[in-house]
Design a protein around this ligand. Structure first.
Ligand SMILES: C[S@@+](CC[C@H](N)C(=O)[O-])C[C@H]1O[C@@H](n2cnc3c(N)ncnc32)[C@H](O)[C@@H]1O
Length: 274
């Protein structure tokens, strides 16, 4: 499960929280101060009220594309105060899921540990989402909401979620980002003026090559993107050699070979006359 033997891994005093990374890198002001939990709860309440929903409905929406089966393992990165864990405990009781929670903030992960300590199916680790402490292909689902824009290295964090997810497993994540079709509207201007992070773009260019069944949604008044992906090591699965019945003829493969030959010739000619 973990890359290192658990015997050599430190724990936070009197807990079952494994420490793989120090909290030092995190924005202390927002995520690792005495008031982090309270501030984040206030923010979530404001968010739910603003978009006329509630946490239960919202979490239900976030998880709706995940096809859970009994005894599966899910990793929740940047777990925060644990509302996603709470939702799964209450709404997927019969599935006997193993829930692995991860965060870079000691304050948040200790809060989750205290909140769910009576549950024996929740596991905790303090680490960086861009360098997860897990082996490859161990989770049926990986999931994150609400913090990836500030994880420092978004591309690596997405790649890490992929790496630790099993083939055919699901990867789900989302964060602030007003939908681009709202660009230049007063609505978008108001939202972005309220919070600069809402101007972030959906990071589609960072999705790994083997992403399949990609579903993209915008939630909370189209101010947050959410992506659901199936990891599929055999995707894209294409026959490049099917011939066209057309004047140009050839196949994707033969047309590409031809194109590369021409490109090479042009390059050699240019070099000669340089
Ligand atoms: C806005 S909160 C989101 C909380 C939660 N996922 C939710 O849906 O309510 C962002 C969380 O990401 C964590 N975080 C920030 N940078 C991180 C990183 N590099 N690796 C892991 N967690 C990180 C913060 O400590 C915080 O708990």
């Amino acid at each position: 499960m973990y890359k290192q033997s658990l015997k050599n891994i430190k724990k936070i005093k009197n807990t079952e929280i494994y420490i793989f990374s120090k909290t030092t890198k995190i924005d202390k002001q927002n995520y690792n101060s005495e008031n982090s939990i309270k501030h984040y709860k206030n923010f979530l309440n404001w968010l739910m009220k603003t978009f006329k929903t509630n946490n239960k409905k919202f979490r239900n929406d976030l998880f709706k594309d995940i096809q859970f089966k009994k005894n599966q393992k899910i990793l929740i990165t940047g777990v925060g105060n644990g509302d996603d864990v709470d939702f799964l405990i209450k709404n997927k009781k019969n599935l006997n899921l193993k829930i692995y929670t991860q965060d870079l903030s000691e304050k948040f992960i200790i809060h989750c540990y205290k909140r769910f300590r009576k549950q024996n199916n929740i596991f905790y680790n303090l680490s960086n989402a861009s360098n997860l402490p897990f082996k490859d292909n161990v989770f049926d689902h990986t999931y994150h909401f609400g913090g990836i824009n500030l994880f420092g290295n978004i591309k690596r964090s997405i790649n890490e979620m992929f790496r630790v997810t099993k083939d055919l497993g699901s990867i789900n994540f989302g964060d602030e980002g007003v939908a681009r079709w709202l660009d230049n509207t007063v609505y978008a201007e108001m939202m972005i003026n309220n919070n600069k992070l809402w101007d972030r773009k959906i990071p589609l260019n960072y999705l790994p090559f083997n992403s399949s069944n990609v579903k993209i949604r915008w939630l909370l008044g189209n101010c947050f993107y959410f992506i659901n992906i199936k990891k599929n090591n055999n995707f894209p699965n294409v026959n490049f050699k099917v011939k066209h019945k057309s004047p140009r003829g050839g196949s994707i493969y033969s047309r590409y070979v031809e194109y590369k030959k021409i490109k090479k010739k042009k390059f050699q000619l240019n070099k000669k006359f340089d």
